[in-house]
Design a protein around this ligand. Structure first.
Ligand SMILES: [Mn+2]
Length: 307
């Protein structure tokens, strides 16, 4: 089976259509499909930020229904489910509270569906809930942010045998502080580490952060300095070993594709075993795909992209 794995789309439907065209897909009877036996796999984060979120979701949904595409859930779809789901432990409140930045960052999507809790909103939330957390196919693996067998083990009993959270599983996984919640954070946002006392930075939203994402995909990144994804502060960090609870045992026994990390510049492979496909279409970058035909070592010319 051959696949074209597509990075975070974030509402950029025109770029998605251009990318599909460049990969020799065409739209027939409302569904994008390839003439030969190829399917798309999306790494999640279809929504938020971009201008055509509903069209993006509609394209992907029709492809999934026609079995010309598959998907894993991104943190933005997971957050959308949390925003739409009442927390029985806090009567009247949703798991993701409907205030402040939670509303601001989601407002284009909410406006597009006609507001929170409208029939279209509920319908798309059901679509998001049916997305698996990961895909483990015979030839390759896909996850939104980080492949972690520890996180997957922590979700045992909460997911079905296709990696989808069950209804009961969602109620646990949406509850902050549970092992299932932490496991979803790792899979969908990637592992983080605490910074040493006194070191902090401001994230893209201007918030003060005392934790940073780690370069979990690099087996040699085993010190605070080498593991920190924030280039601006990495140089201030000591070359001390990572705290043991931040370690993720890297498993690259099959080709692995992920998104989420807002990579910059001309797309390149993360390594010849695994690669990030998020090249920041929503921040002036490109929408990137990898054309996979069963090879066990990834090849740079198989990266394709459109701006
Ligand atoms: Mn993401």
């Amino acid at each position: 089976m051959s696949f074209d794995i597509v990075g975070d789309v974030h509402g950029h439907a025109d770029s998605l259509k251009a990318l599909l065209r460049s990969l020799d897909y065409e739209e027939r009877n409302g569904v994008w499909r390839h003439g030969e036996d190829r399917r798309v796999i999306f790494v999640g984060d279809l929504i938020d930020r971009g201008p055509a979120q509903l069209e993006t979701v509609a394209i992907v949904r029709r492809m999934i229904e026609a079995d010309t595409a598959r998907i894993v859930i991104g943190n933005h779809e997971f957050n959308a489910v949390a925003f739409a789901t009442l927390d029985p432990g806090n009567p009247g409140r949703h798991f993701r509270q409907r205030k402040g930045n939670n509303v601001l960052h989601h407002s284009v999507f909410l406006d597009a569906v006609g507001g929170a809790d409208t029939p279209l909103h509920r319908e798309l939330i059901d679509f998001f809930r049916a997305m698996p957390l990961w895909l483990d196919l015979p030839e390759l693996r896909v996850v939104h942010a980080c492949w972690s067998s520890q996180a997957m083990a922590a979700l045992q009993g909460h997911v079905d045998n296709e990696g989808r959270l069950t209804d009961a599983g969602f109620m646990v996984a949406l509850s902050q502080g549970t092992p299932a919640y932490e496991a979803c954070e790792t899979l969908l946002k990637g592992p983080e580490m605490a910074l040493p006392a006194g070191i902090w930075y401001r994230d893209a939203q201007g918030s003060k952060r005392k934790r940073c994402r780690t370069r979990w995909w690099d087996a040699t990144a085993n010190t605070l300095r080498s593991a920190c994804t924030e280039e601006d502060i990495a140089g201030q960090l000591p070359d001390d070993p990572l705290p043991p609870d931040t370690e993720i045992s890297l498993d690259d026994s099959k080709p692995l594709f992920f998104g989420h990390y807002w990579m910059q510049g001309v797309p390149s492979l993360t390594s010849n075993k695994l690669t990030c496909l998020d090249f920041s279409i929503a921040k002036g970058g490109v929408l990137c795909a990898y054309r996979f035909d069963g090879e066990s070592e990834l090849q740079t010319p198989r990266l394709r992209w459109v701006s």
